[in-house]
Design a protein around this ligand. Structure first.
Ligand code: EPZ
Length: 420
C-alpha cells in the first residue's frame, strides 16, 4: 500500500496547473447514458473515482477510449441496467447512474451506496424525487429497484435539503422525461451548473441554471446529441493548493482555474492575511508571515464549501489566535482532527464545531488518511511540520487529486510516494 513521506518545513514557489473537477466529471460521465452517439469529454482528471465510474459504465455495456485527459464514451450498445455492489461500494457517487438509466430504459437496479467515513450519506431525496416523476421504487437485498415502464413525467420537486448529486440525478432524469420538471431548492454548485449547461447545449431547454429554482423541459425519451466539452477546473483541488501556499508562507500561482468558483474560499484566505490576485484563469497567492484566525461555517454553494473544511482546519493551526470551524453538512467530517493532533495541533471538538488555538508548532509523525479531504489536510500540515511525516493509506487521496506528489514536487515540496 502506498504512503507519502514528506519532509518539512519547506517554502514552495512556482505555478500549479489545476486539473478538471472530479465532482463535475462524475455526473457528466453518467450523463452520456442519455446520448444518441459517442460523447467526447476533455480536461478529464486521472483520479481513481473517474476510473471507477468508467468501469461501471463499461460493465453496463458502454465502450470508452481514453487518450491523455480525454475520453470518448459510446453508450449506444449499453444494455445492462444493473449497477452491482462490487463497484458501487467503492464509490457512492455511482448513484449518479440511477436517474439516466431509469430515464432511458424505464428500469434499473443500483446497489445502495451505503455510508462512508464522513457520514451516513442517505439517498432518500433522490428516490422520493424519482417517485414523484412516476418511478416505482423498491429496495431488495441492498439494491434500489426502479421501474418506469411508461417513462418518467415532469413534476415539481421540492428538496427538503440541498443535495448536489440528488439535483444532478433529477436533472438527468428530467432531461428525457415527458413534460416540465421544476426543482425548488436545487443545488447551485458549479459542477451542477456545468451539467445543466451541457444538457442545455444538447437540446434540453432549461430555465434558472445556477439558481435554486431550476426548470427542465424533457425531450420525452428522445436521446441527446451531446457536443464535445471540457470539464471545469477543480475548485477544491485549487483551494487545497492555496492552503498549502498559505501554510508554508509560499508565493504560488494556480493556472487553468476559475477564481469565480472560489469566492468564499478566497475571502477567508484574505481574512487570514494573505494577498490574492486573480485573472480569468489564474490565482496568485502572496503569503503573509502571520496568519489571522477565522471563523468558518460550512454551507452549500456559494457559501464556504464543506470540501475545504479539513484543509482550513490544518491552516488554522498556524493562525495567531483562536479559530472556530463549524461543519454543518456531514455528521462525521472531523476525523482529520485526531491525526492533526498527532502532529501537534491544538484542536478541541464540541459537537459539530472545532476550536483551533494557534500558532502550534507542528512536528513530523506517522499519520493515517481517513477520507479524501482529510488526507489533503494531513499533506498541508506535513508540509509545514518540522521533520518527517509519513501519511499512510493515501489511496483516499488518489480518489480525487491528480498527480498530487508531482504537482507539489514541482513547486519545491520534499514529498515522495513509497510502498509499505
Ligand atoms: C457531493 O456529495 C460531493 N460529491 C461531496 O464531495 C460534497 O461534500 C457534497 O456534495 C456537499 O457539497 C460529489 O459531487 C460526487 P449532498 P453528495 O447530497 O451529493 C444530505 C468530495 O470530497 N442528504 O449534497 O452526496 C446528506 O446526508 C465529496 O469530493 C440527505 O439527507 O452530497 C448531507 O448531509 C465528499 N438525503 C447533505 O444532504 C439525500 O437523499 C448534502 O449531501 C441526499 C443528501
Amino acid at each position: 500500500m502506498d504512503y507519502f513521506k514528506i519532509n518539512g518545513p519547506k517554502t514552495l514557489g512556482g505555478s500549479v496547473p489545476v486539473s478538471g473537477a472530479k465532482n463535475a466529471a462524475l455526473p457528466l460521465i453518467a450523463m452520456t447514458i442519455l446520448a444518441q452517439a459517442p460523447v467526447t469529454i476533455t480536461n478529464l482528471p486521472h483520479v481513481v473515482d473517474i476510473k471507477t465510474l468508467l468501469k461501471l459504465l463499461h460493465n453496463l455495456g458502454a465502450d470508452f477510449t481514453l487518450e491523455g485527459n480525454s475520453v470518448t464514451i459510446d453508450t449506444c450498445c449499453l444494455g445492462n441496467t444493473k449497477a452491482t455492489y462490487d463497484i458501487v461500494k467503492t464509490m457512492r457517487a455511482s448513484i449518479l447512474v440511477l436517474g439516466p438509466l431509469l430515464a432511458r430504459f424505464g428500469h434499473c437496479e443500483v446497489s445502495l451506496p451505503g455510508g462512508c467515513a464522513i457520514g451516513q450519506r442517505p439517498i432518500d431525496l433522490h428516490l422520493k424525487a424519482l417517485e414523484q416523476m412516476g418511478a416505482q421504487i423498491s429496495i431488495h437485498a441492498g439494491y434500489v429497484r426502479a421501474e418506469a415502464p411508461d417513462g418518467l413525467h415532469g413534476a415539481h420537486i421540492l428538496f427538503d435539503k440541498i443535495t448536489v448529486t440528488g439535483t444532478a440525478n433529477v436533472v438527468m432524469a428530467a432531461a428525457l422525461a415527458k413534460g416540465k420538471t421544476v426543482i425548488t431548492n436545487a443545488a447551485r454548485e458549479p459542477e451542477v451548473v456545468q451539467l445543466c449547461e451541457v444538457l442545455n447545449n444538447s437540446g434540453v431547454a432549461m430555465e434558472g441554471i445556477g439558481s435554486s429554482e431550476l426548470t427542465v423541459y424533457g425531450t420525452d425519451r428522445r436521446r441527446l446529441a451531446i457536443k464535445p466539452f471540457a470539464v471545469i477546473p477543480d475548485r477544491i483541488e485549487a483551494g487545497t493548493y492555496l492552503c498549502a501556499a498559505a501554510i508554508t508562507r509560499s508565493p504560488v500561482t494556480l493556472t487553468r482555474v476559475r477564481p469565480d468558483h472560489l469566492e468564499a474560499v478566497l475571502g477567508k484566505l484574505e481574512e487570514m492575511g494573505v494577498s490574492i490576485d486573480t485573472t480569468d484563469s489564474t490565482i496568485t497567492l502572496r503569503p503573509s508571515e502571520t496568519l489571522k484566525p477565522v471563523d468558518i461555517t460550512t454551507q452549500e454553494y456559494p457559501a464556504f464549501p464543506t470540501d475545504m473544511q479539513a484543509q482550513f482546519l490544518a491552516l488554522c493551526t498556524q493562525a495567531e489566535g483562536t479559530s472556530t470551524i463549524e461543519e454543518r453538512l456531514f455528521e462525521n467530517r472531523f476525523m482529520h482532527v485526531s491525526e492533526l493532533q498527532r502532529l501537534g495541533a491544538d484542536i478541541t471538538l464540541k459537537g459539530s464545531t472545532a476550536t483551533v488555538k494557534g500558532p502550534s508548532p507542528l512536528y513530523g509523525a506517522d499519520v493515517m488518511a481517513t477520507d479524501l479531504r482529510a488526507s489533503s489536510a494531513l499533506v498541508l500540515a506535513a508540509l509545514a511540520a518540522e521533520g518527517e511525516t509519513d501519511i499512510h493509506r493515501i489511496y483516499h487521496l488518489d480518489r480525487g487529486y491528480e498527480a498530487l506528489e508531482k504537482k507539489f514536487g514541482k513547486i519545491g515540496a520534499d514529498i515522495a510516494r513509497l510502498s509499505e
